[in-house]
Design a protein around this ligand. Structure first.
Ligand SMILES: [Fe+2]
Length: 369
């Protein structure tokens, strides 16, 4: 038997608990005396994280400026503005607060801060200068971007989202505090929460899964399962908010090693062309993905269902349907185009089974017509 070889690399220091940003503010001092805050317009403020972050920076005598212009699903043009500001201000590090959009944008800004390149050159993955260190504070429980080396941006010229990555883009430190997710409306909690589930499930079912990544995926799926009643009802008590945030974090650690699969590859078109939130776009494809994958890795699919406390794939599909209802109906032409687009991505190759364009067509057709 040939043993599978793998590397495990997770260099982010994760600090978890209530108020840790304020009580452990000294953790930030090691990254320097000048900080660029990177956020969207509202969520960092509304979550209470921005207030805690500025308190923490002031307590350590760290000067800061604030780039609060990150858009939803940030584009190359959008991160270029943050890069310009960073090159002008010359911070020692970046403090990113938000959901996936600000955290991913911050990785691009950290890179553009030290490398005066056109944003499309981020996709070369090779940079003359190291990106600035990043501290990350998630305000949604979904992306796991606080512990990944990935930055996913919208590339208008390619009409899709594309990720770039580099080992230096793992944030140096992440502060996990469920309180910042407490004011999220239920539709965002569900959208982002299902993104976390998607990372955990795709990671566990990936061809690149290892014994180590499985450990994180299993724990994350089991924690996520405890949140199902709250997600269905539309109310999550603090303990469940915390479970969901930790599950999201474990999902990030998982996909840092496995990548995502055909689900994310197809989901990007649903977001780009139909404005369907990222997690929801993945979620509506997961049931058919499980059915397809069960033909190749039945035991693994059964494990996912067991950890979720579900008896079969239909029950899984019913759960997603309960959370999102009907999302979009695609026509044949759209399905053909999105399947062809996904075939060009590396994520598809990480899926189990022989994934052809026909398979992707079928998954889209069964999920969304
Ligand atoms: Fe995702």
């Amino acid at each position: 038997m040939i043993m599978q070889s793998y590397n495990f690399f997770m260099p982010t220091k994760v600090i978890h608990g209530e108020k840790v940003l304020v009580t452990q503010a000294e953790q930030l001092a090691q990254y320097g005396k000048k900080c660029l805050l990177v956020t969207g317009k509202n969520s960092a403020r509304l979550s209470g994280a921005l207030d805690d972050a500025t308190k923490a920076l002031k307590s350590q005598d760290i000067d800061y400026e604030h780039f609060d212009g990150v858009e939803n699903n940030p584009s190359l043009e959008n991160v270029a503005l943050g890069g310009d500001m960073a090159r002008r201000y010359k911070p020692d590090f970046i403090l990113a607060i938000g959901g996936g959009s600000p955290l991913d944008a911050a990785k691009a800004v950290a890179t553009l801060a030290t490398n005066p390149i056109a944003p499309k050159e981020l996709y070369s993955g090779k940079f003359a200068e190291k990106p600035l260190p990043i501290a990350a504070i998630p305000t949604t429980a979904g992306t796991g971007s606080e512990v990944t080396p990935y930055s996913i941006l919208t590339v208008a010229s390619a009409e899709t989202k594309r990720s770039f990555s580099a080992p230096e883009l793992f944030p140096k430190i992440a502060f996990l505090d469920w309180r910042y997710t407490d004011k999220l409306p239920i539709h965002i909690t569900r959208d982002t929460g299902v993104d976390a589930l998607s990372h955990l499930v795709e990671g566990y079912l990936s061809r690149r899964a290892t014994g180590t990544s499985d450990m994180f995926a299993e724990r994350g799926i089991r924690l996520w399962a405890k949140c199902i009643p709250g997600l269905k009802k539309g109310e999550l008590e603090p303990e469940k908010r915390d479970h969901l945030l930790v599950a999201s974090n474990l999902g990030g650690i998982t996909i840092s090693h496995t990548g995502t699969t055909l689900v994310h590859a197809l989901g990007y078109s649903l977001t780009y062309y139909h404005d369907i939130p990222h997690g929801r776009a993945n979620g509506v494809l997961l049931g058919e993905y499980l059915r397809f994958t069960a033909n190749h890795a039945k035991e693994r699919v059964d494990n996912v269902l067991t950890w979720l406390g579900l008896t079969d794939i239909q029950e899984f599909s019913d759960l997603i349907n309960h959370l999102f209802g009907s999302v979009v109906a695609l026509d044949e032409k759209q399905i053909k185009a999105y399947a062809a687009k996904a075939m060009g991505t590396s994520n598809v190759g990480f899926s189990q089974g022989d994934v052809t364009e026909k398979v992707l067509n079928e998954i889209l057709t069964k999920s969304l017509t």
